[in-house]
Design a protein around this ligand. Structure first.
Ligand SMILES: C[S@@+](CC[C@H](N)C(=O)[O-])C[C@H]1O[C@@H](n2cnc3c(N)ncnc32)[C@H](O)[C@@H]1O
Length: 215
């Protein structure tokens, strides 16, 4: 179990009021919901959703495959929405305040860690991936869906230009981060992976990668 006690840091007015609205809006676009529908229903067994804030994924879980559901997120405002979303679908959920860098769960507790549009926002991507490995059981799976660094130089140029401002508006969201490659570097085995630009979205924001990585 991660031993470092986690305390929510004081959030600014923007983080408390505007970031949850932005996430609710940007992360529920039809093309994003379609991408979620490809990955979230594969969660099975004892499931942890890392960065569960907002609860948008709740609608896509297949409850018949889930033995237990836990969630973790540092944003009190978004946590409240997740708890409401879990209640709305009748899912008994253990949803805790915390960060992916120090997960408040014992080693080898989960069969699935689901993480969507969150690796872009964490402080320390490598530490989060290491924690995901720690809490997964041998043979367990990480299901991921993230936006990040595009392969095309012209798009990358814009991502680098926009990122410093976007990070401040979007709750620390980065545009240039590596996705599937970061799992490989962290020692995961990629069982399935896919990638592409989402249609009808500005390219610096629309490169996504999704798949399953195994411990
Ligand atoms: C863009 S939102 C995505 C929310 C949700 N996963 C989804 O797909 O709609 C990013 C989420 O990451 C959470 N987050 C930010 N830093 C985090 C960290 N260090 N550990 C875990 N979650 C974090 C935010 O509070 C927020 O809920």
């Amino acid at each position: 179990m991660a031993t470092t006690a986690w305390h929510p840091r004081p959030a600014s007015w923007w983080e408390r009021h505007m970031v949850p609205r932005l996430i609710g809006c940007a992360c529920a676009q039809p093309q994003i919901m379609k991408a979620r529908s490809r990955i979230v229903p594969q969660a099975s067994g004892d499931v942890l959703e890392l960065g569960c804030g907002g609860g948008i994924n709740m609608a896509f879980f297949d409850p018949t495959k889930i033995t237990s559901f836990s969630g973790v997120d540092p944003s009190p405002a978004l946590l409240e929405r997740s708890r409401e979303a879990a209640q709305a679908i009748g899912l008994e959920a253990d949803i805790r305040g915390g960060v992916g860098e120090a997960l408040p769960f014992a080693d080898a507790s989960f069969d699935t860690v689901l993480i969507t549009f969150t690796l872009c926002s964490v402080d320390d991507q490598a530490q989060v991936l290491s924690e995901m490995r720690r809490v997964l059981r041998p043979g367990g799976k990480a299901l991921f869906l993230e936006h990040g660094g595009a392969p095309d130089a012209s798009v990358q140029k814009w991502q680098r230009r926009i990122e410093p401002i976007w990070k401040r508006i979007g709750g620390g969201c980065h545009l240039t981060r590596e996705i599937t490659g970061a799992y490989e570097k962290a020692g995961f085995k990629i069982a399935r992976a896919d990638k592409g630009y989402m249609p009808k979205s500005p390219r610096p924001f629309s490169w996504i990668e999704w798949g399953e990585a195994r411990v």
